[in-house]
Design a protein around this ligand. Structure first.
Ligand SMILES: C[S@@+](CC[C@H](N)C(=O)[O-])C[C@H]1O[C@@H](n2cnc3c(N)ncnc32)[C@H](O)[C@@H]1O
Length: 261
Protein backbone atom coordinates (compact mmCIF):
# COMPACT_ATOMS: atom_id res chain seq x y z
CA UNK A 1 0.00 0.00 0.00
CA UNK A 2 1.41 3.41 -0.96
CA UNK A 3 2.08 6.14 1.56
CA UNK A 4 2.44 9.88 0.84
CA UNK A 5 2.73 9.10 -2.87
CA UNK A 6 -0.14 11.18 -4.21
CA UNK A 7 -1.09 12.48 -0.77
CA UNK A 8 2.16 14.45 -0.82
CA UNK A 9 0.51 16.90 -3.20
CA UNK A 10 -2.24 17.80 -0.70
CA UNK A 11 -0.47 17.30 2.64
CA UNK A 12 1.07 20.75 2.99
CA UNK A 13 -2.25 22.37 2.05
CA UNK A 14 -4.04 20.37 4.75
CA UNK A 15 -1.39 20.52 7.46
CA UNK A 16 0.15 23.92 6.86
CA UNK A 17 -2.84 25.60 5.26
CA UNK A 18 -5.67 24.34 7.45
CA UNK A 19 -4.43 22.56 10.59
CA UNK A 20 -1.23 24.24 11.69
CA UNK A 21 -0.06 27.27 9.70
CA UNK A 22 3.63 27.17 8.94
CA UNK A 23 4.47 30.76 9.94
CA UNK A 24 3.10 30.26 13.47
CA UNK A 25 4.99 27.03 13.99
CA UNK A 26 8.27 28.43 12.64
CA UNK A 27 7.93 31.45 14.91
CA UNK A 28 7.23 29.17 17.87
CA UNK A 29 10.28 27.03 17.06
CA UNK A 30 12.61 29.99 16.61
CA UNK A 31 11.38 32.39 19.29
CA UNK A 32 9.94 30.16 22.02
CA UNK A 33 12.18 27.15 21.63
CA UNK A 34 15.59 27.81 20.05
CA UNK A 35 16.09 31.43 21.13
CA UNK A 36 14.80 30.62 24.58
CA UNK A 37 16.81 27.46 25.23
CA UNK A 38 19.75 27.40 22.80
CA UNK A 39 20.21 30.90 21.41
CA UNK A 40 23.77 30.12 20.29
CA UNK A 41 22.47 27.49 17.85
CA UNK A 42 24.41 27.57 14.61
CA UNK A 43 23.66 24.25 13.03
CA UNK A 44 20.48 22.19 13.05
CA UNK A 45 19.67 18.66 12.03
CA UNK A 46 16.05 18.30 10.99
CA UNK A 47 14.99 14.67 10.89
CA UNK A 48 11.94 13.53 8.90
CA UNK A 49 12.28 16.85 7.13
CA UNK A 50 9.56 16.07 4.58
CA UNK A 51 9.79 18.50 1.67
CA UNK A 52 11.85 20.91 3.72
CA UNK A 53 9.02 23.31 4.52
CA UNK A 54 10.30 23.99 8.04
CA UNK A 55 14.01 23.80 7.21
CA UNK A 56 13.55 26.28 4.38
CA UNK A 57 12.15 28.81 6.85
CA UNK A 58 14.50 28.27 9.78
CA UNK A 59 17.56 28.53 7.58
CA UNK A 60 16.64 32.19 7.07
CA UNK A 61 17.76 32.83 10.62
CA UNK A 62 21.39 32.10 9.70
CA UNK A 63 21.17 28.55 10.83
CA UNK A 64 22.91 25.87 8.87
CA UNK A 65 20.45 23.03 8.37
CA UNK A 66 20.95 19.37 7.49
CA UNK A 67 17.73 17.80 6.22
CA UNK A 68 17.24 14.06 6.75
CA UNK A 69 14.41 11.87 5.50
CA UNK A 70 14.03 8.24 4.47
CA UNK A 71 12.02 9.08 1.36
CA UNK A 72 13.84 9.93 -1.83
CA UNK A 73 10.71 11.65 -3.16
CA UNK A 74 10.60 13.99 -0.20
CA UNK A 75 14.26 14.87 -0.51
CA UNK A 76 13.87 15.58 -4.22
CA UNK A 77 11.12 18.05 -3.40
CA UNK A 78 13.19 19.47 -0.56
CA UNK A 79 16.00 20.05 -3.04
CA UNK A 80 13.66 21.91 -5.36
CA UNK A 81 12.38 23.92 -2.40
CA UNK A 82 15.94 24.77 -1.50
CA UNK A 83 16.94 25.73 -5.03
CA UNK A 84 13.90 27.88 -5.60
CA UNK A 85 14.30 29.53 -2.24
CA UNK A 86 15.01 33.26 -2.39
CA UNK A 87 17.85 32.38 -0.05
CA UNK A 88 19.90 30.54 -2.62
CA UNK A 89 22.24 33.46 -3.38
CA UNK A 90 22.69 33.89 0.36
CA UNK A 91 23.53 30.23 0.77
CA UNK A 92 26.12 30.43 -1.94
CA UNK A 93 27.73 33.41 -0.26
CA UNK A 94 27.77 31.64 3.06
CA UNK A 95 29.24 28.51 1.51
CA UNK A 96 32.81 29.75 1.12
CA UNK A 97 35.09 28.70 3.91
CA UNK A 98 32.27 27.47 6.13
CA UNK A 99 30.88 24.05 6.75
CA UNK A 100 28.11 23.08 4.38
CA UNK A 101 25.05 25.26 4.84
CA UNK A 102 22.42 22.87 3.69
CA UNK A 103 22.81 19.16 3.22
CA UNK A 104 20.26 16.56 2.23
CA UNK A 105 20.61 13.11 3.77
CA UNK A 106 18.67 10.01 2.76
CA UNK A 107 18.53 7.89 5.91
CA UNK A 108 16.34 6.11 8.41
CA UNK A 109 16.13 8.25 11.53
CA UNK A 110 16.41 5.19 13.75
CA UNK A 111 19.83 4.28 12.36
CA UNK A 112 22.26 6.79 10.88
CA UNK A 113 25.72 8.17 11.44
CA UNK A 114 26.57 11.57 10.01
CA UNK A 115 29.93 11.72 11.79
CA UNK A 116 29.18 15.23 13.03
CA UNK A 117 27.29 16.82 15.87
CA UNK A 118 24.71 19.59 15.92
CA UNK A 119 23.55 22.30 18.31
CA UNK A 120 19.92 21.39 17.81
CA UNK A 121 18.10 18.29 16.53
CA UNK A 122 14.50 18.77 15.40
CA UNK A 123 11.78 16.32 14.51
CA UNK A 124 8.66 18.23 13.71
CA UNK A 125 4.94 17.71 13.20
CA UNK A 126 4.61 14.41 15.02
CA UNK A 127 6.96 12.73 12.58
CA UNK A 128 8.28 10.52 15.40
CA UNK A 129 4.81 8.96 15.39
CA UNK A 130 5.65 7.39 12.05
CA UNK A 131 7.84 5.00 14.05
CA UNK A 132 5.38 2.32 15.02
CA UNK A 133 7.44 0.30 17.52
CA UNK A 134 8.62 1.60 20.87
CA UNK A 135 12.11 0.16 20.24
CA UNK A 136 12.36 2.50 17.22
CA UNK A 137 11.46 5.51 19.38
CA UNK A 138 14.28 4.44 21.73
CA UNK A 139 16.69 4.12 18.78
CA UNK A 140 15.70 7.53 17.44
CA UNK A 141 16.35 9.14 20.84
CA UNK A 142 19.77 7.41 20.79
CA UNK A 143 20.47 8.86 17.32
CA UNK A 144 19.54 12.35 18.47
CA UNK A 145 21.79 11.95 21.49
CA UNK A 146 24.70 10.75 19.35
CA UNK A 147 24.38 13.69 16.95
CA UNK A 148 24.10 16.43 19.56
CA UNK A 149 26.78 18.59 21.13
CA UNK A 150 26.89 18.65 24.92
CA UNK A 151 24.12 21.04 26.01
CA UNK A 152 22.52 20.53 22.59
CA UNK A 153 18.79 20.90 22.20
CA UNK A 154 16.52 18.03 21.16
CA UNK A 155 13.04 19.12 20.09
CA UNK A 156 10.22 16.93 18.87
CA UNK A 157 6.47 16.79 19.11
CA UNK A 158 3.98 13.96 19.28
CA UNK A 159 0.35 13.40 18.63
CA UNK A 160 -0.80 11.93 21.92
CA UNK A 161 -2.61 8.61 22.30
CA UNK A 162 -5.59 10.68 23.46
CA UNK A 163 -5.56 12.54 20.13
CA UNK A 164 -5.24 9.41 18.00
CA UNK A 165 -8.03 7.66 19.93
CA UNK A 166 -10.22 10.76 19.44
CA UNK A 167 -9.56 10.95 15.71
CA UNK A 168 -10.64 7.32 15.32
CA UNK A 169 -13.99 8.29 16.87
CA UNK A 170 -14.39 11.38 14.66
CA UNK A 171 -16.21 11.64 11.38
CA UNK A 172 -14.07 11.46 8.27
CA UNK A 173 -12.41 14.73 7.21
CA UNK A 174 -13.11 16.06 3.71
CA UNK A 175 -11.08 18.60 1.80
CA UNK A 176 -11.40 20.02 -1.69
CA UNK A 177 -8.33 21.25 -3.52
CA UNK A 178 -8.60 22.53 -7.03
CA UNK A 179 -10.98 19.99 -8.64
CA UNK A 180 -9.88 17.13 -6.40
CA UNK A 181 -11.38 15.75 -3.21
CA UNK A 182 -9.44 14.22 -0.34
CA UNK A 183 -11.02 12.13 2.42
CA UNK A 184 -9.12 11.21 5.58
CA UNK A 185 -10.20 8.64 8.16
CA UNK A 186 -8.23 7.12 11.00
CA UNK A 187 -8.62 3.58 12.31
CA UNK A 188 -6.98 1.71 15.13
CA UNK A 189 -5.37 -1.35 13.59
CA UNK A 190 -4.26 -3.62 16.43
CA UNK A 191 -1.43 -1.83 18.20
CA UNK A 192 -1.05 1.15 15.86
CA UNK A 193 -3.20 3.71 14.01
CA UNK A 194 -3.76 4.04 10.31
CA UNK A 195 -4.88 6.99 8.21
CA UNK A 196 -6.91 5.83 5.25
CA UNK A 197 -6.44 8.48 2.59
CA UNK A 198 -8.82 8.52 -0.37
CA UNK A 199 -7.98 10.88 -3.19
CA UNK A 200 -10.52 11.58 -5.93
CA UNK A 201 -8.73 13.30 -8.79
CA UNK A 202 -10.68 14.86 -11.63
CA UNK A 203 -9.51 13.52 -14.95
CA UNK A 204 -9.72 15.26 -18.33
CA UNK A 205 -12.99 13.51 -19.21
CA UNK A 206 -14.60 14.87 -16.05
CA UNK A 207 -14.64 11.55 -14.18
CA UNK A 208 -12.96 11.12 -10.82
CA UNK A 209 -10.13 8.62 -10.37
CA UNK A 210 -9.81 7.16 -6.88
CA UNK A 211 -6.41 6.45 -5.32
CA UNK A 212 -6.12 4.99 -1.84
CA UNK A 213 -3.07 5.37 0.38
CA UNK A 214 -2.36 4.69 4.05
CA UNK A 215 -0.18 6.47 6.60
CA UNK A 216 0.59 4.48 9.73
CA UNK A 217 1.31 6.16 13.04
CA UNK A 218 1.65 5.34 16.70
CA UNK A 219 2.16 7.04 20.02
CA UNK A 220 3.14 6.20 23.58
CA UNK A 221 2.34 7.63 27.01
CA UNK A 222 4.03 10.94 27.80
CA UNK A 223 5.43 9.53 31.06
CA UNK A 224 7.06 6.61 29.20
CA UNK A 225 8.70 8.96 26.69
CA UNK A 226 9.93 11.27 29.45
CA UNK A 227 11.38 8.35 31.41
CA UNK A 228 13.30 7.14 28.34
CA UNK A 229 14.65 10.62 27.62
CA UNK A 230 15.91 10.90 31.18
CA UNK A 231 17.41 7.42 31.08
CA UNK A 232 19.34 8.39 27.96
CA UNK A 233 20.78 11.43 29.74
CA UNK A 234 18.46 14.19 28.55
CA UNK A 235 17.05 16.87 30.79
CA UNK A 236 13.44 17.55 29.83
CA UNK A 237 13.34 21.37 30.00
CA UNK A 238 9.72 21.76 29.02
CA UNK A 239 6.73 19.86 27.76
CA UNK A 240 4.37 22.16 25.89
CA UNK A 241 0.83 21.56 24.71
CA UNK A 242 1.11 23.21 21.30
CA UNK A 243 -2.47 24.46 21.42
CA UNK A 244 -2.99 25.36 25.08
CA UNK A 245 0.44 25.58 26.72
CA UNK A 246 -0.06 23.41 29.76
CA UNK A 247 0.09 19.65 29.20
CA UNK A 248 -2.96 17.75 30.50
CA UNK A 249 -4.47 14.30 30.02
CA UNK A 250 -6.43 15.84 27.15
CA UNK A 251 -3.50 17.37 25.30
CA UNK A 252 -3.54 16.51 21.62
CA UNK A 253 -0.13 17.62 20.46
CA UNK A 254 2.81 17.86 22.84
CA UNK A 255 6.28 19.27 22.26
CA UNK A 256 9.25 17.88 24.22
CA UNK A 257 12.10 20.38 24.65
CA UNK A 258 15.15 18.54 25.96
CA UNK A 259 18.80 19.29 26.62
CA UNK A 260 21.67 16.81 26.35
CA UNK A 261 23.42 16.84 29.72
C1 LIG B 1 4.46 14.04 8.64
S1 LIG B 1 5.74 14.05 7.50
C2 LIG B 1 6.84 15.26 8.12
C3 LIG B 1 6.27 16.61 8.30
C4 LIG B 1 7.31 17.70 8.48
N1 LIG B 1 8.34 17.33 9.44
C5 LIG B 1 6.63 18.99 8.88
O1 LIG B 1 7.03 19.58 9.87
O2 LIG B 1 5.68 19.42 8.19
C6 LIG B 1 6.59 12.58 7.97
C7 LIG B 1 7.94 12.39 7.31
O3 LIG B 1 8.62 11.38 8.03
C8 LIG B 1 9.40 10.64 7.13
N2 LIG B 1 9.75 9.39 7.79
C9 LIG B 1 8.91 8.42 8.22
N3 LIG B 1 9.61 7.44 8.81
C10 LIG B 1 10.92 7.81 8.77
C11 LIG B 1 12.13 7.22 9.23
N4 LIG B 1 12.13 6.04 9.84
N5 LIG B 1 13.29 7.88 9.00
C12 LIG B 1 13.30 9.08 8.36
N6 LIG B 1 12.18 9.69 7.92
C13 LIG B 1 11.02 9.06 8.11
C14 LIG B 1 8.50 10.51 5.92
O4 LIG B 1 9.22 10.18 4.74
C15 LIG B 1 7.88 11.92 5.86
O5 LIG B 1 8.66 12.77 5.06
Amino acid sequence: MKTYDKFLKYYDEIVRGVNSPLEEEVEFLIEDVINEHKPDTKNILETACWTGVIAREIIKKWYSVTWLDMSENMLKMAEVNLKTSPLTPLLRRRGGGQKKDAGLVLADMTDFDLEETFDTVLCNYNSICHLLKWEDWVKFIEMANKHLEKDGLFVFDINTLYEFENITKDFAQFYTFWDDNVCLEMFKVGWYFEWLVKIYEKSDDGRFDLTTEVVRENSFPISKIEKELKQQGFKVLEKIDYHYGEVTAKSERVYFICKKK
